[in-house]
Design a protein around this ligand. Structure first.
Ligand code: APR
Length: 228
């Protein structure tokens, strides 16, 4: 089976009701990103950071995968599908995708502030001050904050560099190193971009734009490539 690698961003989850970051009304319009999603913000006011992620986790528990997530699962009938996501939600998992790489962590997990190898599932939506790891230190969201390393990027680059088809869905390609993954796509692999808005990606002649929402766009993509 040919290998289809999909890079997804916040737009993938928009039709599930989760807000994106950089659009009108996006999350970064209401929150100072460096106060809620950075090590400095955590040092300055961890209660506010915990509250920010608790609110997003609470909302996530009330949402479900959309047609786009489910369409990627359907593509597994025709391709070896790998999902490389910038999203911290678990909607790809809940939709049933088999191979998922989280570049920016997972909202429904916490990790020790002294030993990053200690990662725990969060039961429900609350992560509070005083919730401690087995070594007695405060638990933090298992999310990659601005200025922190992206541990999964090397594995993601390996996956992308062996793609037969590369698909970008619902990301403004603003944040690195995730956005830089496009440079690992083999020159022979077609690149599809599914996004209702313009996404500026220069220097890749083999790009085919499907200017639709994820739900409809994945359906159109499937019709176009399933016999490849
Ligand atoms: N279907 C597909 N794409 C959509 C939809 C939709 N229904 N609605 C919006 N989009 C597109 C927007 O046009 C935009 O291009 O999704 C993209 C969302 O871009 P951003 O808000 O910048 O989100 P993202 O690219 O995922 O941000 C990357 O930045 O803030 C950090 O760590 C955070 O993972 C995030 C990273």
């Amino acid at each position: 089976m040919k290998k289809l690698v999909v890079l997804t961003g916040a737009g993938m989850s928009a039709e599930s009701g989760l807000r994106t970051f950089r659009e009108m009304g996006g999350l970064w319009e209401e929150h100072d990103v460096y106060e809620v999603a950075s090590p400095g913000g955590w040092q300055r006011d961890r209660a506010m950071v915990l509250r920010f992620y608790n609110e997003r986790r609470k909302q996530l528990l009330e949402t479900k995968p959309n047609k786009g997530h489910l369409g990627l699962v359907e593509l597994e009938q025709y391709f070896e599908v790998w999902v490389v996501t910038q999203n911290v939600d678990d909607l790809h998992e809940r939709a049933g995708s088999s191979r998922i790489l989280h570049l920016h962590g997972e909202l429904r997990k916490s990790r020790s502030t002294t030993d990053p190898a200690l990662v725990y599932d969060i039961d429900g939506w609350k992560l509070m001050e005083g919730d401690l790891c087995e070594k007695g230190s405060q638990l933090r969201p298992h999310v990659v904050w601005f200025g922190e390393a992206v541990p999964a990027i090397e594995e993601a680059a390996r996956v992308v560099s062996s793609a037969d088809i590369f698909v970008i869905i619902g990301t403004s390609m603003n944040v690195y190193p995730a956005a830089g993954l496009i440079n690992y796509v083999p020159g022979t692999a077609p690149i599809y971009v599914i996004d209702p808005n313009e996404v500026s990606i220069a220097g890749h002649p083999q790009i085919r734009v499907i200017q639709k929402n994820a739900g409809e766009g994945v359906q159109l993509l499937t019709k176009e490539i399933r016999n490849e």
